[in-house]
Design a protein around this ligand. Sequence first.
Ligand SMILES: C[S@@+](CC[C@H](N)C(=O)[O-])C[C@H]1O[C@@H](n2cnc3c(N)ncnc32)[C@H](O)[C@@H]1O
Length: 408
Amino acid sequence: MPKPAPKSQAELTFRGNRGLGRHGWLRLTPAYSVQMVEQILDSGAVPRGPVLDPFCGSGTTALVCAERGVSADTTDINPFLLWLAAAKARDYSAAERTWFAQSSKRVERALSNTSSSTAWVPPLYKIEKWWSEATLAGLSRGFAAVERLEREAPGNAADLLKVAFCRTLIARAHVSFGHQSMSFRRARAEVDESLALKAAWREAVTAVAEGAERPVTAIPRALQCDARELEQRLSPGTYRAVITSPPYPNRMSYVRELRPYMYWLRYLDSGKGAGELDWQAIGGTWGTATSNLTKWRPDASARVPFPGFERRILPAIRRQSPLLASYVHKYFEDMLRHCESVQRLLVPGATVHYIVGNSKFYEVLLPVERIFAAMFAATGFRNARVRVIRKRSSKKELFEFVVSAEKA
Ligand SMILES: C[S@@+](CC[C@H](N)C(=O)[O-])C[C@H]1O[C@@H](n2cnc3c(N)ncnc32)[C@H](O)[C@@H]1O
């Protein structure tokens, strides 16, 4: 195994994005690092654009491009993430920022006004596991104020309040992000929950205000689009580079991870809706997505072009779990469709850079990076190559790679 580049691990993950202005506004565990995108842009392999990120997530590629004046489009299946990416990567006028500063004080008063009653709270399953009763009441009053103020907001200024609200709700939730995905933690004994909520809101408002001051010179488009059918929203022969990190085949659900934000901001209102969105997401296996997978059958015309994939890798996983073998099969069938689709959007000679992680199912190591390289080679790309970026903390064989290629 070649040695990863000598960068600190934290710098190469979402952890390195904290304190980087708008990049640090909200955390998304699988977000990749700003430095990684910058390195690729600086490597000379990427012309000045247009750049595409078809798996937008929290909008890292779009924002790096926006701050550097490189034109970019970004797409994702998840409407909340597209809202967040658009909110992060646009310019805010002085009038919008002033309105935000003034309105944030009104939200603060609503959050702290314990004499008034609780307003709407989202229908999030077992919401009491997320927030104490007092914090939830404060959040509900605060969010009602955000929605009232939104009606009079200039331009997109209300989005700044919503980002600050999201940051506050996660700061006060009983969750920890120490692992690959979020988990619940025990409530801390608080001296005064109302004061703690107010302090979290103030911290969020300061972080958002500081980020909003930074100028953005090229505003990207953020469009909802399935990465398997990009032509539905984007034009063929347009892009000169793709810098992205697709979901990894590791059973992580972005919808599960993002549900507190998505329920509060009204992007979700039921477990059924959450499961349906996760089923549309590549690699999703949460709620109804898991039961759909038991009925899923491969498409005989979409063969994953990697030696041993169907004869060796899948049967070895299937012996342990037929469901997981279907999961892996569907993941690569979906990604093959994506490779075919993205290829059509590129100009000849355009470069693609995919940050991917390998996976292990039981004793079977899934060489995700090599399968991506093989899929690129089979779908109209040349010079597909793999570079190790870092070791992932979980199991010893797990690494993150960048897979690059050029459109032939
Ligand atoms: C690893 S995350 C991207 C993280 C991003 N690079 C960042 O820095 O935040 C993968 C993204 O792919 C999206 N995704 C999953 N399935 C998709 C599909 N079928 N079409 C478009 N996007 C999809 C997920 O919603 C998720 O946001």
